[in-house]
Design a protein around this ligand. Structure first.
Ligand code: NAD
Ligand code: MG
Length: 401
């Protein structure tokens, strides 16, 4: 019997890496559904190769294009259009698990739908957890779902914890602290004064990882690490004081766990997301991922550097948001998504991303985040505020020019 899997966001970087791993293990898995936002060509190519039973195209225009092309296939999948269908394929009875690999808040509702249906969730979409940590973890618990971390740091921590870690506290397992590693991003050594003029292309040129554009910019601002601290807080029920961040420029140590006896366990490997994806999918077995061996003869050194918080205002904002609690992380996330999109569209500069996020956080008081409605309302409000700020920033610039 194969396990049927839905891949939310199959046309993205994590989605494609997931399909690559599944293709190596077709004796164990089958592809139930694939989903995309707008990329009809890539989804069509994936349909031909993996023959899913269902596909979802969120964008109506792209769906029409795909529908025309599906007519030429002898055994086409059922095509569904719109965001609601994401929830349907993430919770469908035949599936065992869902790869949650949509980028941003758009992934929240389908990932929650998978949790409500008691599925195994392979979680890449950290934004969903950041927005709704308490509600999401409670939903998982209430419905007997399982969350397995795919984000490389959290997957490394998961692998460095005892195998029966799922319902045990860090204290029970003798864990002293979690140590998240960070590459430092493309601007680790760029003088702070030069950051205002860096381009989207420079920001997306990550030294070690090939990723989607949004997470690449988040890695450059270090918002990614801020989101990951929040992610670790919820996934492992860790207090902020138990989560440390260290810069490990080679991205070979993917994160570590320190125990009360002084032991530090780490997971090492090449920086390739197929490793954590295969580890999560394969559990409790190990499966092939296609990732090569770490060559210790070539690896001349492993460096560590303290995190220079003054370089990364986004990290400070992320810590402040989680300390404030309630809807503050959802607000942080939404403002960041809008600011990053504006930076990628060259409407604002790189150093204006934290300015927008800080202002939006200051303008919108946090409220309790125990309902989905509250979270979505703050998300919407933060997007409106961020867009207004961006408009005034870019108008200010054009009137100054
Ligand atoms: P990506 O931009 O390459 O792909 C995003 C996917 O989401 C695409 O399939 C796209 O069609 C879909 N999508 C985008 N907007 C959507 C919308 N509004 N509705 C429905 N679908 C939509 O992103 P990625 O790099 O693959 O990242 C995906 C997630 O995984 C992010 O949350 C990211 O933080 C996380 N992650 C990525 C990496 C990595 O190496 N790429 C590592 C760790 C975690
Ligand atoms: Mg990561």
């Amino acid at each position: 019997m194969t396990q049927a899997i839905t891949i939310l966001g199959s046309t993205g970087s994590i989605g494609q890496s997931t399909l690559d791993v599944l293709a190596r293990n077709l004796d164990k898995f089958s592809v139930y559904a694939l989903t995309a936002n707008t990329n009809a060509d890539k989804l069509l190519a994936q349909i031909k190769q993996y023959q899913p039973q269902h596909v979802v195209m969120v964008d109506a225009k792209a769906a029409e294009l795909l529908r025309t092309n599906l007519k030429n296939l002898s055994n086409p999948p059922q095509l569904h259009v719109g965001a609601q269908a994401l929830c349907d394929v993430a919770s469908a009875a035949p599936i065992h698990g869902v790869m949650a690999a949509i980028v941003g808040a758009a992934g929240l509702l389908p990932t929650l739908a998978a949790a409500k249906a008691g599925k195994t969730i392979y979680l890449a979409n950290k934004e969903a957890l950041v927005m709704s940590g308490q509600l999401f973890m409670q939903t998982v618990k209430d419905h007997g779902a399982t969350v397995l971390p795919v984000d490389s740091e959290h997957n490394a921590i998961f692998q460095s914890l005892p195998t029966d870690n799922q319902n045990r506290s860090l204290k029970e397992m003798g864990v002293k602290r979690l140590i998240l590693t960070a590459s430092g991003g493309p601007f680790r050594d760029t003088p702070v004064a030069e950051l205002a003029s860096v381009t989207p292309e420079q920001a997306c040129a990550h030294p070690n990882w090939v990723m989607g554009k949004k997470i690449s910019v988040d890695s450059a601002t270090m918002m990614n690490k801020g989101l990951e601290v929040i992610e670790a807080h919820w996934l492992f029920n860790a207090a902020l004081a138990q989560i440390d961040v260290i810069v490990q420029p080679q991205s070979v140590i993917h994160s570590m766990v320190e125990y009360i006896d002084g032991s530090v366990l780490a997971e090492l490997g090449l920086p390739d997301m197929r490793t954590p994806i295969a580890q999560a999918l394969g559990l409790p077995e190990r499966i092939e991922s296609g990732v090569g061996s770490l060559d210790f003869n070539q690896l001349s050194q492993l460096d560590f550097k303290p995190l220079a918080l003054e370089r990364y205002p986004m990290m400070r904002l992320a810590y402040e948001a989680i300390e404030e609690g309630g809807t503050a992380p959802a607000c942080l996330n939404a403002a960041n998504e809008v600011a990053v999109a504006a930076f990628l569209a060259e409407e604002i500069g790189f150093t204006q991303i934290p300015q927008v996020v800080e202002q939006v956080l200051a303008n919108i008081p946090a409220i309790s985040a125990d309902t989905l409605e509250a979270i979505l309302a703050i998300d919407a409000q933060a997007r409106i505020q961020a867009n207004l700020l961006i408009q005034s920033l870019s108008q200010g610039e054009s009137s100054a020019a």
